[in-house]
Design a protein. Structure first.
Length: 761
């Protein structure tokens, strides 16, 4: 669900600052911050001029100013979703501004402008890179404009359908056979009008003039008509069947290729996409393309062949009458050209809006427990109604264009028939053609304009297919931010030594990790502690290589992990998350997810080590019991022990535990802790925990703050320092004491001087 904060107008502040400028003073940069000192949404404005730094203070509603002395500097930082801008001189902090991360990019640009305040304006302009589209200033070391890169909804081109040839190439033999069958079926359908001409002139008209009917000639013509119809039916059936099979296989290959490519993309891609939209692309868009290829593309090619053959027959029969037939064509072509662009952009917008509808479903159905717990059924129903109404409005707008286009084409074709009738009667009256010729002409003209009308309808379907193809190729064209190495290093055995060397990481425009160094020995257990937002989870994501570092390197056994093939490297990593994810299937299938070929004995052994065997046997079908979607049929502790068994089964050399026991009760935590003791034995382990007592067996504790390592050492040593870790410990001890005083039951508290290896959780 998307939320937005209140928008407070900065116009009064900007007007006040403008009035405060001196004569000859020029504004070089402006920054609008959106929080006050109490972290309430309020509009503050900073302006850098060639003489001063000015600031509108939303708390006091007055202007503050500082002369641009050499010792004055701006420092930008962020923490837990909050941006901070410090104004500092030699004596310390002079002022502080706070803002949400929405403003962070603008704050970076303002800081850069402040740092270059002594440079001439012309020199600054030369250093700035501008976006060629919107002329906005680009961030340093970036060629991508943040404003334009949110999502460029470029209208799809019909030519994108030609890119489907890469999926059709393996079936080119079947396609060629289908084309030949189509050619034969189309030719067979044109025999009937041609036989009506001698049937009229040689049989029916002479009979009206008093001559007897030649039954042999009639039988010959009727046999020809029947034979042509049967041949056309057989060839059409064979053509449709073969091409339908091919189109289904092309669509299946397209779905498979898209899903395979999607799985290869980094987590950063999924963070900016909605599940419902991706499901819509892979599901409904490929179905639409399949229908287009099997039916509409086939009809379009048939129509083109039919028009070409009919045109040749008409001109060979009577060129002047054929020219009269083509009178409406320029007008129809002009209408198709005018409508095509509107349809193209309209259908692309319809696809995006439909993605919003499916995204509401993808949000609500998996989260139905939360919806019901907070009694928000009416709210979610309203969200769906609004998305559905938006979809209806967009479709109605497009239908206005389409509803006018189709009858207009039909009207022009009727006018074309009238022109042929009038001109044909004129030619008969002047004995230039026979009645049979006109009859054949009218039969051909009926088919000609029928195909023309069909082709005009295909414009809509083609644009829909082009829109769907564009959305699929948007996925296929996206390159992963975690690429596979071109010359991967071999990874037969992992000892588990990890070196983090001057690493830094930015997520979007927010710095999450900066200048971090850490050495982890093989088999060592490291505990990561720190406030929320300090970068702990980001650090383990980098070690798993879900993201790549933007600075520095992470080495495993002395080799940069970017040199390893992703599948080879991650096979040696076990992951136990705070919220374990189970797939719909049996208990055994979930335990063996990382090792699908595991025997039942190996699965049971992993479950025993994870202290899950007993509760699994109590289930109706034991290891063959089905768990609901996302494991909803099991408790949180049971799901966690199955995820531990899943990690044990693959026997990883590197183990990552992210808050593995934070969401369970005390008794369940004891069971999980026993399982974890089996899991960490002999492995390099990195464990994240807010509850510091759960890290009692860690060899070292790494304390993080604002993306940096501030302390490293055993529990006792860090307590003795009375630094950042000691403050975290004291805060938790006080909280436990308060909970105990409030009557929440007895809690064993580890004394500050307890040994980290023997303390009792």
């Amino acid at each position: 669900m998307q939320h937005s904060h209140p928008v407070v107008s900065a116009e009064p502040a900007l007007q006040a600052l403008k009035a405060h400028l001196r004569q000859g003073e020029n504004v070089r940069a402006t920054l609008e911050v959106d929080l006050d000192s109490a972290l309430r949404f309020a509009s503050g404005v900073l302006q850098l001029t060639n003489e001063r730094l000015l600031a509108w203070d939303p708390d006091s509603a007055r202007i503050r100013e500082w002369p641009l002395t050499p010792d004055l500097r701006l420092e930008l930082s962020d923490h837990a979703g909050l941006g901070l801008l410090d104004l500092i001189d030699d004596r310390g902090r002079v002022a502080l501004w706070r803002f949400t991360m929405r403003v962070n990019l603008q704050a970076q640009r303002f800081q850069d402008a402040f740092a270059k305040r002594d440079e001439p304006v012309a020199q600054q302009a030369e250093d700035l890179q501008l976006c060629p589209s919107c002329q906005a200033v680009l961030p340093e070391d970036s060629e991508e404009c943040p404003s334009c890169a949110r999502e460029l909804h470029t209208p799809p081109s019909t030519w994108v359908l030609l890119r489907l040839w890469r999926f059709a190439r393996p079936y080119r033999g079947q396609l060629l056979l289908g084309f030949l069958l189509m050619l034969g079926a189309t030719g067979a359908t044109l025999v009937s009008p041609y036989l009506t001409m001698p049937l009229m002139d040689n049989v029916l008209i002479p009979f009206q003039q008093g001559k007897e009917i030649d039954t042999g000639l009639v039988a010959l013509y009727l046999s020809g008509l029947l034979g042509a119809a049967l041949v056309s039916w057989v060839l059409s059936w064979a053509r449709t069947y073969i091409l339908a099979l091919v189109s289904e296989r092309i669509a299946a290959d397209l779905r498979t290729a898209t899903f395979d490519h999607l799985l290869g993309l980094s987590l950063e891609y999924f963070g900016s996409k909605r599940t419902g939209d991706l499901m819509s692309r892979i599901g409904s868009e490929t179905d639409r393309i399949s229908v287009f290829l099997s039916l509409h593309a086939l009809d379009f090619i048939t129509d083109c062949l039919m028009l070409l053959m009919i045109t040749v027959i008409l001109f060979s029969t009577n060129p002047w009458l054929a020219l009269a037939t083509l009178v409406p064509l320029p007008f129809i072509a002009w209408m198709i050209h005018m409508v095509r662009d509107r349809l193209r952009t309209g259908f692309e917008k319809i696809d995006r809006v439909w993605g919003e509808v499916t995204s509401v479903l993808a949000d609500t159905i998996p989260g139905i427990r939360v919806v019901k717990a907070f009694a928000q059924e009416r709210r979610e129903a309203q969200r769906f109604k609004q998305a559905n109404q938006h979809n209806l409005v967009v479709n109605d707008r497009l239908n206005k264009t389409w509803s006018l286009f189709t009858p207009s084409v039909a009207l022009l074709t009727e006018i074309g028939l009238l022109v042929v009738w009038a001109f044909g009667i004129y030619l008969i009256a002047h004995a230039q053609i026979t009645v049979g010729t006109l009859t054949a002409f009218l039969a051909y003209i009926g088919r000609f304009y029928g195909r023309l009308d069909s082709m005009s309808r295909i414009v809509s379907v083609t644009q829909k297919a082009a829109s769907g193809a564009k959305r699929i190729f948007d996925i296929l064209d996206h390159q992963s931010n975690v690429p596979e190495p071109t010359s991967p290093a071999t990874l037969d055995k992992v000892e588990g030594g990890i070196t983090l060397q001057d690493i830094g990481f930015r997520y979007g425009n927010r710095t999450v990790i900066r200048d971090l160094n850490l050495q982890i020995k093989p088999g060592e257990m490291i505990g990561l502690v720190g406030h929320s937002g300090s970068g702990k989870s980001t650090l383990v994501n980098l070690i798993c290589r879900f993201y790549d570092v933007t600075e520095g390197a992470i080495k495993v056994d002395g080799v940069d992990l970017r040199r390893f093939r992703l599948s080879d490297y991650r096979r040696h990593i076990g992951l136990v998350l705070q919220e374990p994810f189970l797939f719909f299937g049996t208990i055994a299938e979930n335990i063996a997810y990382g090792k699908p070929d595991a025997t039942r004995e190996e699965i049971v052994a992993a479950a025993r080590a994870a202290h899950a065997h007993e509760f699994i046997l109590r289930l109706p079908q034991g290891y063959d019991s089905l768990v609901g979607e996302r494991g909803q049929g099991l408790s949180g502790g049971e799901r966690q022990r199955i995820s531990i068994a899943r990690a044990l089964l693959i026997d990883p050399r590197i183990l990552i535990m992210d808050e593995a026991t934070s969401a369970v009760d005390t008794e369940t935590e004891k069971e999980i802790q026993k399982a974890l003791d089996n899991l960490v034995r002999g492995r390099t382990t990195i464990a994240i925990a807010h509850r510091l007592s759960t890290l009692r067996k860690a060899d070292r504790l790494v304390v993080m703050d604002r993306g940096e390592v501030v302390e490293v050492g055993p529990h006792d040593e860090l307590i003795a320092k009375r630094g950042a870790y000691w403050r975290l410990w004291e805060a938790q001890v006080r909280r436990v004491d308060q909970d105990d005083d409030a009557g929440e039951g007895p809690v064993i508290v580890v004394p500050p001087n307890a040994n980290a290896h023997t303390a009792n959780a």
